[in-house]
Design a protein around this ligand. Structure first.
Ligand code: ZN
Length: 647
Protein backbone atom coordinates (compact mmCIF):
# COMPACT_ATOMS: atom_id res chain seq x y z
CA UNK A 1 0.00 0.00 0.00
CA UNK A 2 1.42 3.36 -0.95
CA UNK A 3 0.22 6.69 0.30
CA UNK A 4 -1.96 6.27 3.32
CA UNK A 5 -2.96 9.60 4.80
CA UNK A 6 -2.69 9.68 8.54
CA UNK A 7 -3.53 12.83 10.47
CA UNK A 8 -1.52 15.69 9.00
CA UNK A 9 1.46 13.56 8.17
CA UNK A 10 1.67 11.46 5.15
CA UNK A 11 3.31 8.12 5.56
CA UNK A 12 4.46 6.67 2.34
CA UNK A 13 5.44 3.07 2.58
CA UNK A 14 7.65 2.29 -0.31
CA UNK A 15 7.70 -1.28 -1.33
CA UNK A 16 10.65 -2.73 -3.04
CA UNK A 17 13.65 -4.69 -1.94
CA UNK A 18 13.39 -3.11 1.45
CA UNK A 19 10.49 -1.41 3.12
CA UNK A 20 11.26 2.23 3.70
CA UNK A 21 9.05 4.64 5.54
CA UNK A 22 8.96 8.22 4.40
CA UNK A 23 7.30 10.77 6.63
CA UNK A 24 6.73 14.19 5.28
CA UNK A 25 4.80 17.12 6.62
CA UNK A 26 1.73 17.78 4.58
CA UNK A 27 2.33 20.68 2.26
CA UNK A 28 -0.85 22.37 1.17
CA UNK A 29 -1.17 23.02 -2.46
CA UNK A 30 -0.18 26.52 -3.33
CA UNK A 31 -3.06 28.77 -2.30
CA UNK A 32 -5.38 26.06 -1.06
CA UNK A 33 -7.24 26.88 2.15
CA UNK A 34 -5.26 26.07 5.27
CA UNK A 35 -6.50 25.27 8.72
CA UNK A 36 -6.13 28.00 11.29
CA UNK A 37 -3.40 26.27 13.27
CA UNK A 38 -1.26 26.16 10.16
CA UNK A 39 -1.65 29.90 9.71
CA UNK A 40 -0.64 30.37 13.33
CA UNK A 41 2.51 28.29 12.82
CA UNK A 42 3.29 30.32 9.74
CA UNK A 43 2.79 33.59 11.63
CA UNK A 44 5.18 32.47 14.36
CA UNK A 45 7.71 31.46 11.72
CA UNK A 46 7.46 34.88 10.07
CA UNK A 47 8.09 36.59 13.41
CA UNK A 48 11.15 34.40 13.93
CA UNK A 49 12.44 35.27 10.47
CA UNK A 50 11.95 38.96 11.28
CA UNK A 51 14.02 38.49 14.41
CA UNK A 52 17.03 37.07 12.55
CA UNK A 53 19.82 39.57 13.22
CA UNK A 54 20.58 42.13 10.57
CA UNK A 55 24.15 40.85 10.47
CA UNK A 56 22.90 37.99 8.34
CA UNK A 57 21.71 40.39 5.71
CA UNK A 58 25.14 41.21 4.29
CA UNK A 59 24.52 39.09 1.16
CA UNK A 60 23.89 36.38 3.56
CA UNK A 61 21.16 33.92 3.82
CA UNK A 62 22.21 31.66 6.60
CA UNK A 63 19.17 29.93 7.99
CA UNK A 64 19.37 29.17 11.70
CA UNK A 65 20.42 25.57 11.09
CA UNK A 66 23.58 26.79 9.35
CA UNK A 67 25.18 28.02 12.53
CA UNK A 68 28.95 27.81 12.45
CA UNK A 69 30.33 24.37 13.18
CA UNK A 70 31.14 23.73 16.78
CA UNK A 71 34.68 22.70 15.95
CA UNK A 72 37.03 22.21 13.08
CA UNK A 73 36.44 18.49 13.49
CA UNK A 74 33.52 18.82 11.11
CA UNK A 75 34.90 20.71 8.13
CA UNK A 76 33.15 20.78 4.78
CA UNK A 77 34.18 18.55 1.89
CA UNK A 78 33.99 21.54 -0.43
CA UNK A 79 33.20 25.22 -0.14
CA UNK A 80 32.42 27.76 -2.84
CA UNK A 81 33.37 31.38 -2.13
CA UNK A 82 33.17 34.76 -3.86
CA UNK A 83 30.14 33.92 -5.95
CA UNK A 84 26.69 35.20 -6.70
CA UNK A 85 24.60 32.32 -5.41
CA UNK A 86 20.92 32.41 -6.34
CA UNK A 87 19.35 30.15 -3.75
CA UNK A 88 15.74 29.90 -5.06
CA UNK A 89 14.66 29.87 -1.43
CA UNK A 90 11.27 31.29 -0.47
CA UNK A 91 12.64 34.83 -0.71
CA UNK A 92 14.93 34.40 -3.73
CA UNK A 93 17.88 35.37 -1.58
CA UNK A 94 21.41 35.41 -2.89
CA UNK A 95 24.57 34.55 -1.03
CA UNK A 96 28.35 34.69 -1.53
CA UNK A 97 29.38 31.29 -0.27
CA UNK A 98 28.21 27.78 0.50
CA UNK A 99 29.60 24.65 2.08
CA UNK A 100 28.95 20.99 1.31
CA UNK A 101 29.51 17.92 3.44
CA UNK A 102 28.47 14.35 2.62
CA UNK A 103 26.58 15.59 -0.41
CA UNK A 104 24.44 18.03 1.52
CA UNK A 105 24.53 21.78 1.86
CA UNK A 106 25.62 22.67 5.38
CA UNK A 107 26.05 26.40 5.02
CA UNK A 108 24.78 29.21 2.79
CA UNK A 109 25.85 32.75 3.50
CA UNK A 110 28.77 35.15 3.42
CA UNK A 111 32.46 34.58 2.63
CA UNK A 112 33.19 35.34 6.24
CA UNK A 113 30.58 32.91 7.47
CA UNK A 114 31.93 30.00 5.43
CA UNK A 115 35.49 30.33 6.77
CA UNK A 116 34.99 28.10 9.84
CA UNK A 117 33.91 25.25 7.56
CA UNK A 118 37.26 25.14 5.79
CA UNK A 119 39.51 22.38 7.11
CA UNK A 120 42.79 20.94 5.89
CA UNK A 121 41.05 18.54 3.50
CA UNK A 122 38.37 20.95 2.32
CA UNK A 123 38.39 21.80 -1.38
CA UNK A 124 37.91 25.53 -1.64
CA UNK A 125 36.57 26.95 -4.89
CA UNK A 126 37.01 30.65 -5.62
CA UNK A 127 34.08 31.43 -7.90
CA UNK A 128 35.55 34.84 -8.83
CA UNK A 129 32.12 36.37 -9.02
CA UNK A 130 30.54 33.56 -11.03
CA UNK A 131 26.87 32.68 -10.73
CA UNK A 132 25.70 29.56 -8.93
CA UNK A 133 22.13 28.32 -8.76
CA UNK A 134 20.28 25.10 -8.02
CA UNK A 135 20.60 22.44 -10.72
CA UNK A 136 17.85 22.53 -13.32
CA UNK A 137 14.82 20.35 -12.70
CA UNK A 138 13.16 19.52 -16.01
CA UNK A 139 9.56 18.70 -15.21
CA UNK A 140 8.61 17.15 -18.56
CA UNK A 141 10.77 15.39 -21.13
CA UNK A 142 11.10 12.09 -22.97
CA UNK A 143 14.69 11.14 -22.26
CA UNK A 144 14.86 7.64 -23.73
CA UNK A 145 13.48 8.74 -27.08
CA UNK A 146 15.67 11.84 -26.92
CA UNK A 147 18.79 9.85 -26.13
CA UNK A 148 18.01 7.41 -28.96
CA UNK A 149 17.69 10.35 -31.35
CA UNK A 150 21.09 11.64 -30.31
CA UNK A 151 22.49 8.40 -31.65
CA UNK A 152 20.58 8.51 -34.95
CA UNK A 153 20.99 10.49 -38.15
CA UNK A 154 19.64 13.89 -37.09
CA UNK A 155 18.60 17.01 -38.96
CA UNK A 156 19.00 18.75 -35.64
CA UNK A 157 15.77 20.84 -35.79
CA UNK A 158 17.42 23.14 -38.31
CA UNK A 159 15.77 25.27 -40.91
CA UNK A 160 16.93 23.64 -44.17
CA UNK A 161 16.44 23.90 -47.91
CA UNK A 162 15.69 20.69 -49.77
CA UNK A 163 19.27 20.57 -51.08
CA UNK A 164 20.65 21.00 -47.56
CA UNK A 165 18.35 18.29 -46.25
CA UNK A 166 19.53 15.94 -49.00
CA UNK A 167 23.19 16.68 -48.30
CA UNK A 168 22.75 15.99 -44.59
CA UNK A 169 21.02 12.66 -45.18
CA UNK A 170 23.56 11.64 -47.84
CA UNK A 171 26.33 12.27 -45.30
CA UNK A 172 24.61 9.89 -42.87
CA UNK A 173 24.34 7.29 -45.64
CA UNK A 174 27.99 7.70 -46.51
CA UNK A 175 29.02 7.37 -42.88
CA UNK A 176 27.11 4.13 -42.54
CA UNK A 177 28.25 2.71 -45.86
CA UNK A 178 29.02 -0.63 -44.21
CA UNK A 179 25.30 -1.21 -43.63
CA UNK A 180 23.73 -3.64 -46.07
CA UNK A 181 21.55 -2.46 -48.94
CA UNK A 182 18.38 -3.32 -47.04
CA UNK A 183 19.23 -1.64 -43.73
CA UNK A 184 16.83 1.11 -42.73
CA UNK A 185 18.08 4.64 -42.31
CA UNK A 186 16.07 6.52 -39.71
CA UNK A 187 16.42 10.28 -39.82
CA UNK A 188 15.10 12.32 -36.90
CA UNK A 189 14.57 15.90 -35.67
CA UNK A 190 13.33 17.20 -39.01
CA UNK A 191 11.84 20.67 -38.49
CA UNK A 192 9.29 20.32 -41.25
CA UNK A 193 7.48 23.58 -40.43
CA UNK A 194 10.70 25.51 -40.87
CA UNK A 195 11.86 24.29 -44.31
CA UNK A 196 13.17 27.06 -46.56
CA UNK A 197 11.84 28.79 -48.56
CA UNK A 198 8.58 28.87 -46.57
CA UNK A 199 5.95 26.55 -48.00
CA UNK A 200 8.43 24.35 -49.94
CA UNK A 201 7.11 20.81 -50.31
CA UNK A 202 9.10 17.67 -49.73
CA UNK A 203 8.19 14.29 -51.19
CA UNK A 204 9.66 10.85 -51.67
CA UNK A 205 11.56 12.21 -54.68
CA UNK A 206 13.54 14.34 -52.21
CA UNK A 207 14.87 11.07 -50.77
CA UNK A 208 14.82 9.01 -53.97
CA UNK A 209 17.44 11.38 -55.40
CA UNK A 210 19.99 10.16 -52.82
CA UNK A 211 22.69 7.65 -53.74
CA UNK A 212 21.31 4.58 -51.98
CA UNK A 213 18.94 1.66 -52.30
CA UNK A 214 18.21 1.62 -48.57
CA UNK A 215 14.74 2.36 -47.18
CA UNK A 216 14.67 5.78 -45.49
CA UNK A 217 12.19 7.17 -42.99
CA UNK A 218 12.48 10.79 -41.87
CA UNK A 219 10.36 11.82 -38.87
CA UNK A 220 9.47 15.37 -37.94
CA UNK A 221 10.44 16.81 -34.58
CA UNK A 222 6.77 17.51 -33.84
CA UNK A 223 6.12 13.80 -34.11
CA UNK A 224 3.16 14.05 -36.43
CA UNK A 225 4.69 13.65 -39.88
CA UNK A 226 7.05 11.24 -41.59
CA UNK A 227 8.62 11.25 -45.04
CA UNK A 228 9.39 7.90 -46.63
CA UNK A 229 11.32 7.11 -49.83
CA UNK A 230 9.85 4.87 -52.49
CA UNK A 231 11.69 1.82 -51.14
CA UNK A 232 10.27 2.39 -47.65
CA UNK A 233 6.74 2.88 -49.00
CA UNK A 234 7.06 -0.39 -50.91
CA UNK A 235 8.22 -2.29 -47.82
CA UNK A 236 5.28 -0.81 -45.88
CA UNK A 237 2.95 -1.75 -48.77
CA UNK A 238 1.59 1.79 -48.94
CA UNK A 239 0.18 2.24 -52.45
CA UNK A 240 -2.42 4.30 -54.30
CA UNK A 241 -5.07 1.86 -53.14
CA UNK A 242 -4.17 2.04 -49.43
CA UNK A 243 -6.95 3.93 -47.64
CA UNK A 244 -6.14 6.63 -45.07
CA UNK A 245 -6.17 4.94 -41.66
CA UNK A 246 -8.25 6.36 -38.82
CA UNK A 247 -6.29 9.21 -37.25
CA UNK A 248 -3.85 9.48 -40.15
CA UNK A 249 -3.38 10.77 -43.67
CA UNK A 250 -1.45 9.55 -46.69
CA UNK A 251 -0.61 12.53 -48.87
CA UNK A 252 -1.17 11.78 -52.57
CA UNK A 253 -0.23 13.37 -55.88
CA UNK A 254 -2.57 14.19 -58.77
CA UNK A 255 -2.58 10.53 -59.81
CA UNK A 256 -3.47 9.31 -56.33
CA UNK A 257 0.04 7.93 -55.72
CA UNK A 258 1.46 8.40 -52.20
CA UNK A 259 3.87 11.35 -52.17
CA UNK A 260 5.84 9.87 -49.28
CA UNK A 261 4.44 12.29 -46.69
CA UNK A 262 2.48 10.51 -43.99
CA UNK A 263 0.61 12.00 -41.03
CA UNK A 264 0.12 10.47 -37.60
CA UNK A 265 -1.26 6.91 -37.68
CA UNK A 266 -0.44 6.60 -41.40
CA UNK A 267 3.19 5.84 -40.50
CA UNK A 268 2.50 3.64 -37.48
CA UNK A 269 3.06 0.68 -39.83
CA UNK A 270 6.80 1.43 -39.84
CA UNK A 271 7.16 0.61 -36.17
CA UNK A 272 6.87 -3.07 -37.09
CA UNK A 273 9.37 -2.76 -39.94
CA UNK A 274 12.12 -0.78 -38.27
CA UNK A 275 14.46 -2.93 -36.22
CA UNK A 276 13.49 -2.84 -32.56
CA UNK A 277 16.26 -1.38 -30.42
CA UNK A 278 18.22 -3.89 -28.40
CA UNK A 279 18.53 -3.62 -24.63
CA UNK A 280 22.07 -2.38 -25.12
CA UNK A 281 20.80 0.35 -27.45
CA UNK A 282 18.26 1.47 -24.83
CA UNK A 283 21.02 1.70 -22.27
CA UNK A 284 23.18 3.63 -24.73
CA UNK A 285 20.26 6.01 -25.33
CA UNK A 286 19.79 6.60 -21.59
CA UNK A 287 23.52 7.22 -21.21
CA UNK A 288 23.57 9.67 -24.11
CA UNK A 289 20.56 11.52 -22.67
CA UNK A 290 22.20 11.84 -19.25
CA UNK A 291 25.38 13.21 -20.78
CA UNK A 292 23.43 15.85 -22.68
CA UNK A 293 21.50 16.75 -19.53
CA UNK A 294 24.60 17.24 -17.39
CA UNK A 295 26.05 19.63 -19.97
CA UNK A 296 22.87 21.70 -19.76
CA UNK A 297 22.85 21.68 -15.95
CA UNK A 298 19.91 19.31 -15.47
CA UNK A 299 20.13 17.51 -12.13
CA UNK A 300 16.58 16.07 -11.98
CA UNK A 301 14.09 15.21 -14.69
CA UNK A 302 10.70 13.65 -15.28
CA UNK A 303 10.21 11.11 -18.05
CA UNK A 304 6.71 12.32 -18.83
CA UNK A 305 5.50 9.19 -20.62
CA UNK A 306 7.78 6.47 -19.36
CA UNK A 307 7.72 3.16 -21.19
CA UNK A 308 9.05 0.13 -19.33
CA UNK A 309 12.15 0.29 -21.56
CA UNK A 310 12.99 3.67 -20.05
CA UNK A 311 12.66 2.39 -16.49
CA UNK A 312 14.78 -0.59 -17.45
CA UNK A 313 17.51 1.41 -19.20
CA UNK A 314 17.94 4.06 -16.51
CA UNK A 315 17.92 1.36 -13.83
CA UNK A 316 20.75 -0.45 -15.62
CA UNK A 317 22.66 2.84 -15.78
CA UNK A 318 22.03 3.49 -12.08
CA UNK A 319 23.27 0.04 -11.11
CA UNK A 320 26.44 0.69 -13.09
CA UNK A 321 26.92 3.94 -11.15
CA UNK A 322 26.25 6.14 -14.18
CA UNK A 323 23.04 7.90 -13.18
CA UNK A 324 24.02 11.57 -13.11
CA UNK A 325 20.56 13.09 -12.58
CA UNK A 326 17.66 12.24 -10.32
CA UNK A 327 15.33 10.28 -12.54
CA UNK A 328 11.54 10.50 -12.13
CA UNK A 329 9.15 8.47 -14.26
CA UNK A 330 5.50 8.78 -15.19
CA UNK A 331 4.16 5.55 -16.72
CA UNK A 332 1.20 6.16 -19.03
CA UNK A 333 -2.39 5.23 -18.22
CA UNK A 334 -4.15 4.90 -21.56
CA UNK A 335 -7.72 6.01 -22.29
CA UNK A 336 -8.45 2.43 -23.40
CA UNK A 337 -7.88 1.36 -19.79
CA UNK A 338 -10.96 3.34 -18.72
CA UNK A 339 -12.83 0.06 -18.20
CA UNK A 340 -10.44 -0.92 -15.41
CA UNK A 341 -8.97 2.19 -13.87
CA UNK A 342 -8.12 0.58 -10.52
CA UNK A 343 -6.22 -2.04 -12.53
CA UNK A 344 -4.40 0.68 -14.47
CA UNK A 345 -3.40 2.45 -11.26
CA UNK A 346 -2.28 -0.87 -9.80
CA UNK A 347 -0.03 -1.29 -12.84
CA UNK A 348 1.66 2.05 -12.07
CA UNK A 349 2.01 1.04 -8.42
CA UNK A 350 3.59 -2.22 -9.57
CA UNK A 351 6.15 -0.22 -11.58
CA UNK A 352 6.87 1.77 -8.43
CA UNK A 353 7.38 -1.45 -6.46
CA UNK A 354 9.72 -2.80 -9.07
CA UNK A 355 11.84 0.25 -9.78
CA UNK A 356 11.42 3.03 -7.19
CA UNK A 357 14.51 3.49 -5.02
CA UNK A 358 12.64 5.12 -2.14
CA UNK A 359 13.37 8.48 -0.58
CA UNK A 360 15.68 10.79 -2.48
CA UNK A 361 19.23 10.10 -1.40
CA UNK A 362 22.65 11.55 -2.08
CA UNK A 363 23.19 9.33 -5.09
CA UNK A 364 20.64 9.91 -7.84
CA UNK A 365 18.01 7.20 -7.90
CA UNK A 366 14.85 6.17 -9.69
CA UNK A 367 11.52 7.59 -8.52
CA UNK A 368 8.15 6.38 -9.76
CA UNK A 369 5.44 8.52 -8.22
CA UNK A 370 3.78 10.09 -11.26
CA UNK A 371 1.39 8.76 -13.87
CA UNK A 372 0.80 10.25 -17.29
CA UNK A 373 -2.64 10.78 -18.79
CA UNK A 374 -3.09 12.16 -22.31
CA UNK A 375 -6.28 14.25 -22.46
CA UNK A 376 -5.90 15.47 -26.05
CA UNK A 377 -3.43 15.85 -28.94
CA UNK A 378 -1.83 19.10 -30.12
CA UNK A 379 -3.32 22.41 -31.26
CA UNK A 380 -0.53 22.70 -33.86
CA UNK A 381 -1.63 22.68 -37.50
CA UNK A 382 -2.14 20.60 -39.51
CA UNK A 383 -2.94 18.09 -36.74
CA UNK A 384 -5.39 20.34 -34.82
CA UNK A 385 -5.97 17.48 -32.41
CA UNK A 386 -6.07 19.67 -29.31
CA UNK A 387 -9.47 19.68 -27.60
CA UNK A 388 -10.64 23.32 -27.69
CA UNK A 389 -13.63 25.20 -26.24
CA UNK A 390 -14.31 27.30 -29.36
CA UNK A 391 -14.30 25.67 -32.80
CA UNK A 392 -11.14 25.85 -34.91
CA UNK A 393 -11.64 28.37 -37.68
CA UNK A 394 -11.67 27.13 -41.27
CA UNK A 395 -11.17 28.89 -44.57
CA UNK A 396 -14.54 29.34 -46.24
CA UNK A 397 -12.92 31.43 -48.99
CA UNK A 398 -10.12 30.57 -51.39
CA UNK A 399 -6.36 30.40 -50.93
CA UNK A 400 -6.09 33.79 -52.64
CA UNK A 401 -9.07 35.32 -50.85
CA UNK A 402 -9.25 33.56 -47.50
CA UNK A 403 -12.30 33.97 -45.31
CA UNK A 404 -11.85 32.32 -41.94
CA UNK A 405 -15.02 31.34 -40.10
CA UNK A 406 -15.75 29.01 -37.18
CA UNK A 407 -15.67 25.45 -38.48
CA UNK A 408 -17.39 22.34 -37.17
CA UNK A 409 -14.45 20.98 -35.16
CA UNK A 410 -13.44 21.52 -31.57
CA UNK A 411 -10.82 18.80 -32.00
CA UNK A 412 -11.39 15.34 -30.58
CA UNK A 413 -13.44 14.75 -27.45
CA UNK A 414 -11.22 14.78 -24.37
CA UNK A 415 -9.66 11.31 -24.33
CA UNK A 416 -11.01 10.50 -20.84
CA UNK A 417 -14.65 11.17 -19.96
CA UNK A 418 -15.21 13.46 -16.96
CA UNK A 419 -16.23 10.49 -14.84
CA UNK A 420 -13.28 8.35 -15.89
CA UNK A 421 -10.84 11.19 -15.29
CA UNK A 422 -12.25 11.91 -11.83
CA UNK A 423 -12.10 8.20 -10.98
CA UNK A 424 -8.52 7.73 -12.12
CA UNK A 425 -7.30 10.90 -10.38
CA UNK A 426 -8.87 9.84 -7.09
CA UNK A 427 -7.47 6.31 -7.44
CA UNK A 428 -4.04 7.77 -8.14
CA UNK A 429 -4.41 10.12 -5.18
CA UNK A 430 -5.23 7.20 -2.89
CA UNK A 431 -2.14 5.42 -4.16
CA UNK A 432 0.06 8.47 -3.53
CA UNK A 433 0.77 8.93 -7.24
CA UNK A 434 0.78 12.44 -8.74
CA UNK A 435 -1.12 12.73 -12.03
CA UNK A 436 0.67 14.41 -14.94
CA UNK A 437 -1.95 15.36 -17.52
CA UNK A 438 -1.18 16.28 -21.11
CA UNK A 439 -3.68 19.06 -21.91
CA UNK A 440 -2.82 21.27 -24.88
CA UNK A 441 -6.13 22.88 -25.86
CA UNK A 442 -8.37 24.86 -23.51
CA UNK A 443 -11.01 22.11 -23.62
CA UNK A 444 -8.53 19.56 -22.29
CA UNK A 445 -7.20 22.06 -19.72
CA UNK A 446 -10.76 22.68 -18.51
CA UNK A 447 -11.31 18.93 -18.16
CA UNK A 448 -8.01 18.56 -16.28
CA UNK A 449 -9.05 21.28 -13.85
CA UNK A 450 -12.51 19.70 -13.41
CA UNK A 451 -10.83 16.38 -12.70
CA UNK A 452 -8.52 18.05 -10.19
CA UNK A 453 -11.56 19.63 -8.51
CA UNK A 454 -13.11 16.18 -8.15
CA UNK A 455 -9.83 14.88 -6.71
CA UNK A 456 -9.67 17.70 -4.15
CA UNK A 457 -13.28 17.08 -3.12
CA UNK A 458 -12.69 13.37 -2.66
CA UNK A 459 -9.31 13.66 -0.90
CA UNK A 460 -9.24 17.18 0.53
CA UNK A 461 -6.10 16.87 2.62
CA UNK A 462 -4.01 14.52 0.51
CA UNK A 463 -0.70 15.98 -0.63
CA UNK A 464 -1.23 15.25 -4.30
CA UNK A 465 0.30 17.55 -6.90
CA UNK A 466 -1.57 17.34 -10.20
CA UNK A 467 0.42 18.71 -13.12
CA UNK A 468 -1.14 19.97 -16.34
CA UNK A 469 1.42 19.94 -19.12
CA UNK A 470 1.54 22.27 -22.13
CA UNK A 471 -1.53 24.53 -21.54
CA UNK A 472 -0.92 26.26 -24.88
CA UNK A 473 -4.35 27.85 -24.85
CA UNK A 474 -6.37 28.35 -21.66
CA UNK A 475 -9.73 30.02 -21.17
CA UNK A 476 -9.21 33.15 -19.04
CA UNK A 477 -11.98 31.97 -16.69
CA UNK A 478 -9.76 28.98 -15.88
CA UNK A 479 -6.62 31.00 -15.00
CA UNK A 480 -7.46 31.34 -11.26
CA UNK A 481 -8.41 27.68 -10.93
CA UNK A 482 -4.79 26.50 -11.04
CA UNK A 483 -4.03 28.31 -7.79
CA UNK A 484 -7.38 27.48 -6.25
CA UNK A 485 -6.98 23.77 -6.95
CA UNK A 486 -3.22 23.52 -6.55
CA UNK A 487 -2.76 22.38 -10.17
CA UNK A 488 0.69 23.00 -11.63
CA UNK A 489 1.03 24.22 -15.22
CA UNK A 490 4.14 22.56 -16.69
CA UNK A 491 5.20 24.82 -19.54
CA UNK A 492 7.73 24.54 -22.36
CA UNK A 493 8.88 28.14 -22.48
CA UNK A 494 10.58 27.77 -25.85
CA UNK A 495 7.14 27.62 -27.48
CA UNK A 496 6.32 31.14 -26.28
CA UNK A 497 7.84 32.87 -29.31
CA UNK A 498 6.79 33.78 -32.85
CA UNK A 499 7.72 30.77 -35.00
CA UNK A 500 6.24 28.55 -37.69
CA UNK A 501 4.55 26.38 -35.12
CA UNK A 502 2.89 29.25 -33.21
CA UNK A 503 2.11 31.88 -35.85
CA UNK A 504 0.83 29.09 -38.08
CA UNK A 505 -2.08 28.88 -35.66
CA UNK A 506 -3.33 32.43 -36.11
CA UNK A 507 -5.84 31.49 -38.77
CA UNK A 508 -7.26 28.61 -36.76
CA UNK A 509 -7.83 30.62 -33.59
CA UNK A 510 -8.27 34.18 -34.82
CA UNK A 511 -6.29 37.15 -33.60
CA UNK A 512 -8.15 37.68 -30.32
CA UNK A 513 -7.41 34.20 -28.97
CA UNK A 514 -3.90 34.23 -30.41
CA UNK A 515 -3.09 37.16 -28.13
CA UNK A 516 -3.26 34.85 -25.13
CA UNK A 517 -1.58 31.80 -26.64
CA UNK A 518 1.04 30.30 -24.28
CA UNK A 519 -0.26 32.21 -21.25
CA UNK A 520 2.69 31.80 -18.83
CA UNK A 521 2.64 35.37 -17.52
CA UNK A 522 -1.14 35.43 -17.22
CA UNK A 523 -1.13 32.16 -15.28
CA UNK A 524 1.61 33.47 -13.00
CA UNK A 525 -0.38 36.67 -12.44
CA UNK A 526 -3.34 34.49 -11.44
CA UNK A 527 -1.15 32.87 -8.79
CA UNK A 528 -0.29 29.57 -10.49
CA UNK A 529 2.93 27.88 -9.47
CA UNK A 530 4.56 27.27 -12.84
CA UNK A 531 6.99 24.45 -13.49
CA UNK A 532 9.22 24.22 -16.57
CA UNK A 533 9.47 21.16 -18.78
CA UNK A 534 11.46 21.13 -22.03
CA UNK A 535 9.48 18.36 -23.76
CA UNK A 536 12.81 17.24 -25.28
CA UNK A 537 13.03 15.77 -27.97
CA UNK A 538 9.92 17.50 -29.30
CA UNK A 539 12.31 20.44 -29.22
CA UNK A 540 16.07 20.40 -29.15
CA UNK A 541 17.48 20.31 -25.64
CA UNK A 542 18.39 23.95 -25.11
CA UNK A 543 17.27 24.87 -21.62
CA UNK A 544 18.92 28.29 -21.65
CA UNK A 545 17.25 29.32 -24.87
CA UNK A 546 13.93 28.14 -23.39
CA UNK A 547 14.46 30.18 -20.23
CA UNK A 548 15.37 33.20 -22.36
CA UNK A 549 12.14 32.86 -24.34
CA UNK A 550 10.23 32.54 -21.06
CA UNK A 551 11.43 36.05 -20.24
CA UNK A 552 11.43 37.75 -23.65
CA UNK A 553 8.76 35.81 -25.56
CA UNK A 554 10.90 36.47 -28.64
CA UNK A 555 12.67 34.18 -31.08
CA UNK A 556 16.44 34.18 -31.53
CA UNK A 557 17.86 37.30 -33.21
CA UNK A 558 18.96 35.03 -36.06
CA UNK A 559 15.37 33.90 -36.78
CA UNK A 560 13.77 34.98 -40.08
CA UNK A 561 12.24 38.50 -39.93
CA UNK A 562 8.68 37.18 -40.05
CA UNK A 563 9.34 35.69 -36.61
CA UNK A 564 10.45 38.97 -35.09
CA UNK A 565 8.77 40.70 -32.13
CA UNK A 566 7.01 39.22 -29.14
CA UNK A 567 4.37 36.51 -29.14
CA UNK A 568 0.94 37.80 -28.18
CA UNK A 569 0.02 40.07 -25.30
CA UNK A 570 1.17 37.87 -22.43
CA UNK A 571 3.66 39.76 -20.25
CA UNK A 572 5.98 36.75 -19.88
CA UNK A 573 7.80 35.87 -16.69
CA UNK A 574 10.45 37.62 -14.67
CA UNK A 575 13.96 36.18 -14.66
CA UNK A 576 13.54 34.98 -11.09
CA UNK A 577 10.26 33.33 -12.08
CA UNK A 578 11.80 31.33 -14.94
CA UNK A 579 14.68 30.24 -12.71
CA UNK A 580 12.23 29.14 -10.01
CA UNK A 581 10.08 27.31 -12.58
CA UNK A 582 13.13 25.30 -13.66
CA UNK A 583 14.33 24.59 -10.11
CA UNK A 584 12.28 24.70 -6.92
CA UNK A 585 8.85 24.78 -8.55
CA UNK A 586 9.59 21.83 -10.83
CA UNK A 587 11.03 20.06 -7.76
CA UNK A 588 7.69 20.78 -6.08
CA UNK A 589 5.91 19.24 -9.06
CA UNK A 590 8.07 16.12 -8.62
CA UNK A 591 7.44 16.04 -4.88
CA UNK A 592 11.19 16.45 -4.42
CA UNK A 593 11.32 19.99 -3.07
CA UNK A 594 12.16 18.94 0.47
CA UNK A 595 15.43 17.44 -0.71
CA UNK A 596 16.30 19.39 -3.89
CA UNK A 597 15.39 22.41 -6.01
CA UNK A 598 17.01 25.16 -3.94
CA UNK A 599 20.29 25.94 -2.27
CA UNK A 600 19.34 25.68 1.39
CA UNK A 601 20.91 24.08 4.38
CA UNK A 602 19.94 20.43 4.70
CA UNK A 603 19.18 19.88 1.03
CA UNK A 604 21.33 17.83 -1.31
CA UNK A 605 23.98 19.85 -3.10
CA UNK A 606 22.49 19.81 -6.61
CA UNK A 607 23.86 22.96 -8.17
CA UNK A 608 25.37 24.49 -11.27
CA UNK A 609 28.06 27.09 -11.92
CA UNK A 610 27.37 29.36 -14.90
CA UNK A 611 29.59 31.52 -17.06
CA UNK A 612 27.30 34.52 -16.65
CA UNK A 613 24.56 35.86 -14.43
CA UNK A 614 21.08 35.25 -15.85
CA UNK A 615 19.63 37.90 -13.54
CA UNK A 616 21.90 40.62 -14.93
CA UNK A 617 23.02 39.95 -18.52
CA UNK A 618 20.89 41.43 -21.33
CA UNK A 619 17.89 39.07 -21.57
CA UNK A 620 18.92 37.85 -25.01
CA UNK A 621 22.19 36.57 -23.54
CA UNK A 622 20.43 34.13 -21.22
CA UNK A 623 20.23 31.89 -24.30
CA UNK A 624 24.04 31.85 -24.50
CA UNK A 625 24.69 30.76 -20.94
CA UNK A 626 27.20 27.96 -20.63
CA UNK A 627 27.22 25.62 -17.69
CA UNK A 628 30.73 25.36 -16.28
CA UNK A 629 30.05 22.73 -13.66
CA UNK A 630 27.14 20.49 -12.69
CA UNK A 631 27.04 19.04 -9.19
CA UNK A 632 24.62 16.36 -8.00
CA UNK A 633 24.59 15.30 -4.37
CA UNK A 634 27.90 17.09 -3.92
CA UNK A 635 29.58 15.16 -6.75
CA UNK A 636 30.77 16.94 -9.87
CA UNK A 637 29.09 15.18 -12.79
CA UNK A 638 30.07 17.64 -15.50
CA UNK A 639 32.85 20.15 -15.91
CA UNK A 640 33.35 22.33 -18.95
CA UNK A 641 36.76 21.55 -20.40
CA UNK A 642 38.16 25.02 -19.87
CA UNK A 643 37.01 26.76 -16.75
CA UNK A 644 39.39 29.69 -16.69
CA UNK A 645 40.27 30.62 -13.17
CA UNK A 646 37.25 28.95 -11.62
CA UNK A 647 39.25 27.41 -8.87
ZN1 ZN B 1 5.76 15.53 -23.84
Amino acid sequence: MIGQTISHYRIVIKLGGTCKVRVRALDWSHGAPRPRWALLVQAVALVLVALVPKAQAQGLTTPPAAAAPSSSSSPADRVYRNGVIFTADARNRTAEALAIRDGRIIFVGSNQGVAPFVGAATASVDLKGRFVMPGLVDGHMHPLEAGAQLLKCSLNYESLTIAEMQRRIQTCLDHSASEDANAWLEVVSWFQESMRPAGVKTSRSTLDALKTTRPILVTSSFGHTALANTRALALAKITASTPDPIGGKIWRDDHGEPTGLLEDSAYAVFSDLLPKPTDAEYVAAATAALKAMSRQGITSFLDAAAPSESLYAFTVVRRAGGLTARAHFAPVIEPKEAGDLPGAVARVVAFAKQYDDGAIARSPGITVRNAKLFLDGVIAAPALTGAVREPYLMNAGTAEKPHWVPGPSRGPAVYFSADALATVLVELGRAGIDPHMHADGDGAVHAALDGTEALRKALPIADIRPAIAHDEIVEPADFPRYKLLGAIPVLSFQWEKPAGDTLGLTNYFGLARMKILEPAGLLAAAGARIAFGSDWPVDKLDEWFALKVGVTRTNAPSAPPEYGGRLGDDPGLSREAVLRAATIDAAYELHADEATGSIEVGKFADLIVLDRNPLEVPAEEIAKIQVLETVVGGNIVYEASAVPGAR
